[in-house]
Ligand binder design. Structure first.
Ligand code: FE2
Ligand code: FE2
Length: 262
């Protein structure tokens, strides 16, 4: 139920919202002409590797706009305020990548050659529960973080590195939101609810493994192995799952076992 005059007492979400408001930035803060240091092969490969990230930014826009009404009508106006700022972040990321393709004069991979990208998108968007949504958004933020971190490390003084570093600051705030939201709600969830989250995680990782195979050539052109990428992302996700109390620290298997669920 939406209240006309809610109390707005959750200081942590309110603080994150203020941070989100003050940290807004525009495309004029990026030097789009910084293309030296990017060879033709680099640009073509970046165009391919960026493709799922590019769609992912639109998936994030859809995710935020789907979960926001659930959270606002669920009586959490402070979290809904924050999500509104996050929607603008994801819109900016999408618009920036749109511009980056034009600046580099390359194209994304044709959709039909990356069907797993759409499977990932569909798997995230079929959820109707806010906790599943926020957990899916967290995994997608970690996915984006691993990509942008890799771009920033490989092309630090180019438009790609500068844009990636700036975007990573937004993604860090998104993770802080997921942390706050999920650590509030997970202790009240039963084993079935937690199991569903781990099923979502495993499904997304299986899809990403196939996606990595499709992008292997382009990634290797950037001296990046999909296996290293996925191992890094898995480790990061696992750290979060342990931190949120979803799995025990003793569990290190990539596949969820019944005994791992707390
Ligand atoms: Fe994003
Ligand atoms: Fe994000």
């Amino acid at each position: 139920m939406v209240q006309v005059d809610p109390a707005l007492t959750d200081e942590e979400f309110l603080r994150l919202f203020e941070k989100g408001v003050h940290a807004q930035w525009g495309s004029d803060q990026i030097d789009w002409g910084a293309l030296e240091g990017l060879s033709v092969v680099d640009k073509l490969s970046l165009g391919h590797v960026l493709t799922p990230v590019y769609l992912g930014e639109q998936t994030a826009m859809l995710g935020v706009s789907a979960v926001l009404p659930m959270i606002l009508t669920g009586g959490q106006p402070e979290a809904a305020l924050y999500l509104s700022s996050m929607g603008l972040d994801e819109a900016r990321h999408f618009k920036n990548l749109h511009h980056l393709y034009r600046v580099m004069k390359v194209d994304p991979v044709p959709s039909r050659r990356l069907p797993e990208m759409w499977r990932y998108h569909a798997r995230l968007l079929h959820k109707h529960d806010p906790v599943q949504w926020v957990f899916g958004i967290l995994i997608s933020d970690l996915f984006a973080k691993t990509f942008y971190g890799g771009f920033a490390a490989r092309f630090p003084d180019t438009v790609v590195g500068r844009l990636s570093r700036r975007t990573l600051q937004d993604e860090a705030r998104h993770q802080a939101f997921s942390d706050r939201y999920l650590s509030g709600v997970l202790p009240t969830m039963d084993a079935d609810g937690k199991r569903e989250l781990l099923v979502l995680r495993d499904d997304l990782f299986r899809i990403m493994e196939k996606l990595g195979e499709r992008l292997r050539g382009a990634m290797e052109n950037l001296s990046w192995s999909p296996d290293t990428f996925l191992a890094e992302l898995w480790e990061d996700t696992e750290r979060w799952a342990i931190r949120l109390g979803l799995v025990s620290a003793a569990s290190s298997s990539p596949l969820t076992k019944e005994s791992d669920i707390l």
